[in-house]
Design a protein around this ligand. Structure first.
Ligand code: NAP
Length: 303
């Protein structure tokens, strides 16, 4: 198997007989860093499914053709990663309610000739939080950084699970406002919390953040900050406090600046590896209608 396949490979797959066949994959740009193949191939092996999952480097202007090619190929489905999740929503025949609400698709399944879109990021996040911190979102006051696809999936899941508070901080405050307005209906019910609003957007600025931290249990980074070595944290370390749980959706080879700062502040921390695992397990369940071999997938990720 190659480390990374391309649109050219996808175009010739119908004529080639690979053994075992590649019938699953992830489309991304860039994609070489993706850990999904080692996790999904461990699951396929453990489940005695004679097929492989591969990486596909697909540029944004190649996405439509790549998704269309799936129709003629013997594929089960694919995952979509940065930057394709939002564009993929318009390319599938049907999308489930969660994917439509988020406005993004991270999993496609071929089903009776149709391409069906799903989004497992939010549920994957929820399972990761339960596993890492032994708490449910409904008991938490959550501060999310970011207003892109990942943040939208996470915020929607927090809202659906009726979290105590949800605060969105984003570089572009208008996007944070839009996200909050789209979630307003979930927070209409009575839940007495005192003087702070249950749902609000704030500027990602020190004074506003300092005020929020006292009314927050879980801080989530859903921006790409931390992907590159030397990236700053989305929140200055001096604002972090020991009562916090800090979840960084970024998974890098070492601790991100956010995680290092949180450890120093005495907070509990976790990296995005557990979200990757659980969103992947949920995708496997969509493709095969059977429970995912989660421990084999976890081992595959850390191999
Ligand atoms: P996206 O749609 O491109 O959104 C990125 C968000 O981050 C936007 O709100 C953007 O702010 C903000 N942002 C980007 N660069 C920033 C910077 N330098 N400073 C402050 N804010 C910045 O991306 P996405 O799909 O949401 O993914 C975001 C990250 O989540 C990914 O990089 C990945 O590491 C992580 N993720 C992890 C998992 C997992 O399973 N662990 C799953 C999905 C995503 P503006 O709105 O102001 O542009």
């Amino acid at each position: 198997m190659k480390e990374v396949y391309t649109l050219n490979d996808l175009q010739s797959f119908g004529r080639k007989k690979l053994k075992p066949p590649i019938r699953l994959g992830v489309f991304g740009h860039p994609v070489a860093h993706s850990l999904s193949p080692q996790m999904q191939n461990a699951a396929l092996e453990k489940s005695d499914l004679e097929m492989r999952y591969a990486r596909f480097e697909i540029a944004p202007d190649e996405l439509q053709e790549s998704v269309e090619l799936l129709r003629g190929l013997d594929f089960i489905g694919v995952n979509l990663t940065v930057p394709h999740k939002i564009a993929a929503l318009a390319l599938v025949d049907e999308a489930d309610e969660t994917a439509r609400q988020i406005g993004a698709v991270n999993t496609i399944k071929k089903d009776k000739g149709k391409l069906r879109g799903f989004n497992t990021d939010g549920k994957g996040f929820s399972r990761a939080i339960r596993e890492e911190f032994s708490v449910d979102l409904r008991d938490l006051r959550v501060l999310v950084f970011g207003a892109g696809g990942a943040a939208r999936a996470i915020a929607l899941e927090c809202a659906k699970e009726n979290c105590e508070r949800l605060v969105i901080a984003n570089r572009d405050p208008q996007k944070a406002n839009q996200m909050v307005e789209s979630l307003r209906g979930f927070f209409a019910g009575p839940r007495v919390l005192g003087p702070v609003p249950r749902l609000q957007s704030i500027a990602a600025e020190e004074a506003a953040l300092r005020f929020q931290i006292a009314n927050t249990d879980l801080v989530v980074n859903a921006t790409p900050l931390g992907l590159n070595h030397g990236d700053a944290a989305p929140i200055p370390a001096r604002l972090l406090a020991p009562h916090l749980m800090v979840y960084d959706t970024v998974y890098a080879s070492g601790p991100t600046a956010l995680i290092s700062g949180a450890i120093e502040a005495g907070a509990r921390t976790a990296s995005g590896l557990s979200m990757l695992l659980h969103q992947g397990a949920l995708a496997f369940e969509i493709w095969f209608d059977r429970a995912a071999p989660i421990e084999a997938m976890r081992k595959g990720l850390t191999a």
